[in-house]
Design a binder for this molecule. Structure first.
Ligand code: SF4
Length: 355
């Protein structure tokens, strides 16, 4: 891409029409280009052969299609595949494709890195990067879809990869405007560490994806120790914002709760969690910790019996709770294991953890 070229990828339909207006004579040309970008995943303007040769040459002078390079792919024994993308500025991000019967879940990134430095998260260990553009978000779906077309079936999309999506709401909104032409809003989940202004802004959207909240502890003391953002947005404020959040009658908020051995896995913690979430349309997704060499050694996964007992205690008190299946951990594609290699870690101090 030269300095004068504008990237078309990430432009929703109406903005695409605006930027193309000076160059095309018939409105249906915009539809042709839109479909080539987002349905076919065209990587070059020259390949949009629905357009005449002259128009393609003229557009190629002014515009580009910023599909990122797939730098590496790692296939897990369970079929989960991790993709590492290299972006135009050299930043790297990861996406994970998780097949499950006839369906697939694609876990994608919203930022290259993450400044929130959650203590259990490998992305957080490496520190802040930059916001992704809408094009870079959409490109992950297009690129993985191209590679895995053969798998068929429906697609669920979860923003649980690298970064905090609610700190990049502008790009997220544009990307969702494009992606929801092919994927239902109900099949898209945005996960937040608890950025209250972002939750409030999302609440005002006419259409909203599902919302998941990384909770991971039932009280402020322990949550602040593993999620520094809790000092800024403590639990009482976060829960108050979530009680105001508009939900459909059958829709529920998902609370992700990482189980860490001898830290937050006691029966009393399950009871505290039920009290904390009482009155909310909620379900809990329990995630046994994925250990990683860069994380604090004291962070260990609980024994399976403890995980099951924790889930059963929640369900016995009327809470819907499931244990997330372990997927892709042999290729570091499991939850919390995504990283952007090649940078020095920032803002992460093991000594502060003291579990
Ligand atoms: S868990 Fe999410 S919000 Fe926390 S550091 Fe990792 S990517 Fe950022």
């Amino acid at each position: 891409m030269t300095q004068n070229q504008q990237d078309l990828l990430g432009l929703p339909r109406r903005r695409l029409a605006e930027v193309l207006a000076p160059f095309i004579d018939r409105p249906y040309r915009t539809d042709q280009i839109y479909r080539a970008l987002y349905e076919r995943g065209a990587g070059e303007i020259g390949s949009i052969t629905e357009l005449g040769k002259e128009l393609r040459a003229e557009l190629a002078e002014r515009f580009t299609i910023g599909l990122p390079e797939v730098a590496t792919r790692h296939l897990s024994a369970d079929g989960t595949e991790k993709f590492l993308f290299r972006l135009a500025d050299g930043a790297t991000i990861e996406a994970v494709d998780i097949p499950d019967g006839r369906r697939r879940t694609l876990c994608i990134s919203s930022q290259a890195g993450c400044a929130l430095t959650c203590r259990f998260c490998v992305t957080g260990y490496w520190g802040g990067g930059r916001d992704l553009t809408a094009g870079e978000i959409v490109a992950q779906v297009l690129a993985v879809g191209k590679q895995r077309r053969e798998s068929g079936g429906g697609l669920n999309l979860v923003f649980m990869g690298m970064g905090e999506p609610l700190l990049n709401l502008g790009a997220l909104g544009d990307a969702l405007e494009i992606l929801t032409e092919q994927i239902s809003w109900r099949r898209i989940t945005v996960s937040t560490a608890g950025v209250i202004p972002g939750i409030e802004e999302l609440a005002g959207w006419r259409k909203r994806p599902r919302l998941a909240i990384s909770l991971h502890a039932p009280d402020d003391d322990r949550r602040s120790r593993i999620m520094p953002i809790n000092r800024r947005y403590p639990l009482a404020d976060l829960l108050a914002a979530l009680r105001r959040y508009p939900l459909d009658r059958r829709e529920r908020l998902t609370f992700e709760y990482l189980l860490i051995r001898d830290f937050n896995d006691a029966p009393a913690d399950a009871d505290a969690l039920v009290r904390l979430l009482s009155g909310l349309q909620a379900k809990v997704n329990l995630i046994p910790l994925n250990p990683d060499p860069v994380l604090d050694e004291s962070m260990k996964r609980p024994r399976r019996t403890v995980v099951t007992a924790f889930r059963d205690r929640l369900t016995s008190k009327g809470m819907t709770a499931t244990v997330r299946k372990q997927r892709g951990d042999d290729v570091s594609a499991a939850c919390g294991q995504l990283r952007a290699p090649g940078r020095e870690p920032r803002g992460f101090r093991r000594s502060n953890l003291s579990l």
